[in-house]
Write a protein that binds this ligand. Structure first.
Ligand SMILES: NC(=O)C1=CN([C@@H]2O[C@H](COP(=O)(O)OP(=O)(O)OC[C@H]3O[C@@H](n4cnc5c(N)ncnc54)[C@H](O)[C@@H]3O)[C@@H](O)[C@H]2O)C=CC1
Ligand SMILES: O=P(O)(O)OC[C@H]1O[C@](O)(CO)[C@@H](O)[C@@H]1O
Length: 391
C-alpha cells in the first residue's frame, strides 16, 4: 500500500487532503505539533468527515496513523513515504522544512531510488516552491543534487471550505467540510508517476492559483472584514447584507478584469460564472463559517502577493480602477479583532506609524494615488459612514 505523510491534521488536513488521499488508496500518516491531537488520532486510527449540504453525509477515513512533528518517528516516516503533503498554514512551513531537510537526507542514504513528491496545500501563491526553497537552504550540495533528481515539489491550489467545527462535530476528531472541492497540481514539477483521482493536473498552475486566491479567498476576505465591521458573525450573514454582497461581487469583477489581462486564456464570462458559484458557496445555509476564521491573520492576507493586493496589482497593471478592492483592503486594515494576534499587530502599526506607513510596511505599496484611496476608504469606515464602495 502507498504511504502519504501529511503535515497538519487540522480542518483541511483531515477534511480534505487526508480524505482524498485515503480515497486514492494511500495509508495516511498525519504529523502535527499538537500532542493531544496526535495522541487522539493515533489511538483512534480513524476519524469522520461530515459533509455539510442539503444531505449531511458522514464518511469514515480509516487506517490512519499520527506522529508528532519533529519526532524521530516523523523523520523516519519520510524514508519510505510515497507522497508528502502539507496544510499547516504558510508561516509554519519553515518548521516543516526543518523536518523535511533531516528526513530527506535519511531517505537519500537509505532509500534513494524511489521518486517522491512534496505538495504544500496552503492558501498562498506557490507555497510548495516556498517550502522547496526552505528545504534547499537547509541541505548541502550533495543533497540538493539528489533532491533535483528524485524529489518533485509541484505547486498546487486547494479549494474547499472547511469551517471550524463548532455546533456540528460530535466526536473530537470529526472534520466538517462543504461538498465542493478542487485540487490543482502543476504536472511538470511532478517526479515519477503521481495519479490522484479527485485532483486536476495542469501544465501551468499560475492562472488556476491566482483565479482561486483572488476570486475565492480575496472575496471571502472582503466578506469577512466588512462583515466583522458591520457586526455580522458569519460569512453567510455578511453576504446577506446588500452592501457587502455588492462589495464582494465588485471585488470579484475587478479581480476578474485584472486576471483576463494577465492570462489571455481566462475569459471574462468563464470567470464571472466561477465567481457566481463562489458566492453561492459563501451563502450555503448548511455551512456556519465565522468571519473571524475567514479573516484570521490579516498581516498575511495584506501581503503584496496575497488575495487583496495581488488582484489590485493586476487590475492596476491593466490600467483599470479598483474601488472595491480598495474598500476591501481598508476593511482589512480596520480589522481590530482582539482575539487575533496578527490583527493586533496591524492595529499597532497603524497607531504607531499611521495608515499610509502601515500599508507600505505590510504590503510594500507606496503608490501615492493607491495609498490615498485606501486611506480615504479607511477613514469612511472608521467614521461609520461606509455604506458601499465609493466610485
Ligand atoms: N480551512 C479551509 O477552508 C482552507 C484552508 N486552506 C489552507 O490550509 C492550511 C491549513 O488550514 P486549516 O486546516 O483551516 O487550519 P487548521 O488550524 O485547522 O489546521 C492546521 C493544522 O496544522 C497544525 N500545524 C501547525 N504547524 C504545524 C507544523 N509545523 N507541522 C505540522 N502541523 C502543524 C496545527 O496544529 C493544526 O492542526 C492553511 O494554509 C489554509 O490557508 C486551504 C483551503 C481551505
Ligand atoms: O485564512 P486562510 O488560511 O487563508 O484560510 C481561510 C480561507 O480558506 C477557505 O475557506 C478555502 O480556501 C477560504 O474560503 C478562506 O478564505
Amino acid at each position: 500500500m502507498k504511504k502519504a505523510l501529511h503535515f497538519g491534521a487540522g480542518n483541511i488536513g483531515r477534511g480534505f487532503i487526508g480524505m482524498v488521499l485515503c480515497d486514492n488508496g494511500y495509508h495516511v500518516v498525519f504529523a502535527d505539533v499538537v500532542p493531544s491531537l496526535v495522541e487522539q488520532l493515533a489511538a483512534a486510527g480513524s476519524y469522520r468527515v461530515i459533509t455539510l449540504d442539503t444531505e449531511i453525509e458522514t464518511k469514515e477515513v480509516a487506517g490512519v496513523r499520527a506522529v508528532l512533528l519533529g519526532s524521530q518517528a516523523c523523520r523516519e516516516e519520510l524514508v519510505d513515504a510515497d507522497l508528502v503533503t502539507t496544510a499547516v498554514g504558510l508561516g509554519n512551513l519553515v518548521h516543516v522544512a526543518d523536518v523535511l531537510a533531516d528526513g530527506l537526507q535519511r531517505r537519500m542514504q537509505r532509500n534513494p531510488e524511489p521518486m517522491l513528491n512534496v505538495i504544500a496545500c496552503e492558501n498562498a501563491i506557490r507555497a510548495t516552491s516556498t517550502l522547496r526553497d526552505l528545504v534547499y537552504e537547509r541541505v548541502d550540495h550533495e543533497v540538493r543534487t539528489w533532491l533535483d533528481g528524485h524529489v518533485g515539489f509541484p505547486d498546487a491550489a486547494v479549494d474547499r471550505i472547511a469551517p471550524n467545527r463548532d455546533g456540528y462535530a460530535v466526536e473530537p476528531l470529526d472534520a466538517v467540510v462543504e461538498r465542493y472541492f478542487e485540487w490543482d497540481i502543476e504536472q511538470p514539477a511532478v517526479r515519477g508517476e503521481l495519479a490522484l483521482s479527485g485532483a486536476t493536473f495542469v501544465r501551468d498552475l499560475g492562472p488556476y492559483l491566482e483565479r482561486k486566491l483572488y476570486l475565492v479567498n480575496g472575496a471571502h476576505a472582503a466578506a469577512a472584514y466588512a462583515g466583522y465591521r458591520r457586526g455580522h458573525q458569519t460569512v453567510r450573514e455578511a453576504m446577506q447584507d446588500p452592501a457587502i454582497a455588492q462589495l464582494v461581487a465588485d471585488v470579484q469583477e475587478e479581480a476578474a478584469q485584472g486576471l483576463t489581462s494577465a492570462y489571455p486564456d481566462l475569459t471574462l464570462s468563464g470567470l464571472r460564472q466561477y465567481a457566481n458559484t463562489v458566492r453561492t458557496r459563501f451563502l450555503n445555509p448548511h455551512v456556519v463559517d465565522h468571519v473571524d476564521r475567514v479573516g484570521r491573520d490579516p498581516l498575511r492576507k495584506l501581503a503584496a502577493s496575497d488575495r487583496l493586493f495581488g488582484p489590485l496589482r493586476l487590475t492596476m497593471a491593466a490600467g483599470r480602477k479598483a474601488p472595491a478592492l480598495t474598500s476591501a483592503i481598508a476593511f482589512a486594515l480596520s480589522y481590530d479583532n482582539e482575539q487575533d494576534e496578527s490583527a493586533q499587530k496591524v492595529q499597532q502599526m497603524i497607531q504607531e506609524h499611521g495608515v499610509s506607513q502601515a500599508i507600505a510596511q505590510i504590503a510594500g505599496c507606496t503608490d501615492e494615488t493607491v495609498v490615498a484611496s485606501i486611506v480615504r476608504e479607511y477613514e469612511r469606515i472608521q467614521g461609520g459612514i461606509w455604506n458601499g464602495t465609493a466610485s
